[in-house]
Design a protein around this ligand. Structure first.
Ligand code: DGL
Length: 246
């Protein structure tokens, strides 16, 4: 199967990583819109303009499905994207909400971008639970620059320390998971890629054919390459392409 995955930058690679672990023999086409990062501070109109280009790109690539590996786009533009194309679409938030509604834990903290928090998608969809939504606006720039400030992380963790569950509502955040766990040792930390993977149906995971990853980014930087190597820490044939999309 040929699977398209996109995000504003590195974040979606945490989703790609889980897919490759479970289904190594597919072709993955990744689109990281590093030229337009961060998505979390954009309006819906601005996001839609960018997404039209991404969907057109995936249609030309002839992918079998598109994974919206971005919490921000999932929370704000899912219905619009489904209307743009006939390609099968999965987002990261719907399966996460389905999962959270099934678990017995009641007090759920959400860390996400400004846009996702302002959409209140988690609070609205988890109305039987106690939900605390927190915009952790420093996280994405910190991760993209690979300059992690432990004090900032600690202060946010403190706000959810009495909660049973912490949802990493932005796909960049699993990159901080080990650090978050240090401050929240007893909290169930949810990486949205996991409920998503339980939902996605991969039909022809042919064990005889070997997989391939092609990474497209709209803006190049040295730190980006270094970060990619840290996230995709497996030996796998990866091809990089820098896109020049107007
Ligand atoms: N990784 C994205 C998300 O899940 C976008 C982060 C950003 O660009 O602000 O929300």
């Amino acid at each position: 199967m040929k699977i398209g995955i996109f995000d504003s930058g590195l974040g979606g690679l945490t989703v790609l990583r889980e897919f490759v672990k479970k289904y190594p023999n597919n072709t993955y086409i990744y689109y990281g819109d590093t030229k337009n990062i961060p998505y979390g501070d954009k309006t819906k109109k601005e996001l839609i303009e960018l997404i039209v280009k991404i969907i057109t790109f995936f249609e030309k690539e002839n992918v079998d499905m598109i994974i919206i590996a971005c919490g921000t786009v999932s929370s704000m533009c899912l219905n619009e994207i489904k209307k743009m194309t006939n390609i099968l679409i999965y987002d990261v938030i719907s399966p996460t909400i389905e999962y959270l509604n099934k678990i017995p834990q009641n007090k759920i903290g959400i860390f996400a971008t400004n846009a996702t928090i302002n959409s209140h998608i988690f609070k609205i969809s988890l109305n039987k639970k106690r939900v605390l939504e927190i915009a952790t606006k420093e996280f994405v720039p910190m991760i993209e620059k690979n300059k992690i400030n432990l004090n900032i992380i600690k202060n946010y963790c403190y706000q959810v320390s009495s909660f049973d569950v912490l949802v990493l509502g932005c796909t960049h955040y699993p990159i901080l998971e080990r650090k978050l766990k240090k401050y929240l040792p007893n909290t169930l930390i949810v990486n949205m890629a996991i409920p998503l993977l339980n939902k996605v149906k991969i039909t022809n995971n042919n064990n005889n054919s070997s997989g391939k990853i092609i990474l497209y980014f709209t803006k190049q930087s040295d730190i980006l390459l270094q970060n990619i190597n840290n996230i995709l820490d497996f030996s796998y044939k990866i091809i990089f392409i820098w896109l020049n999309i107007k």
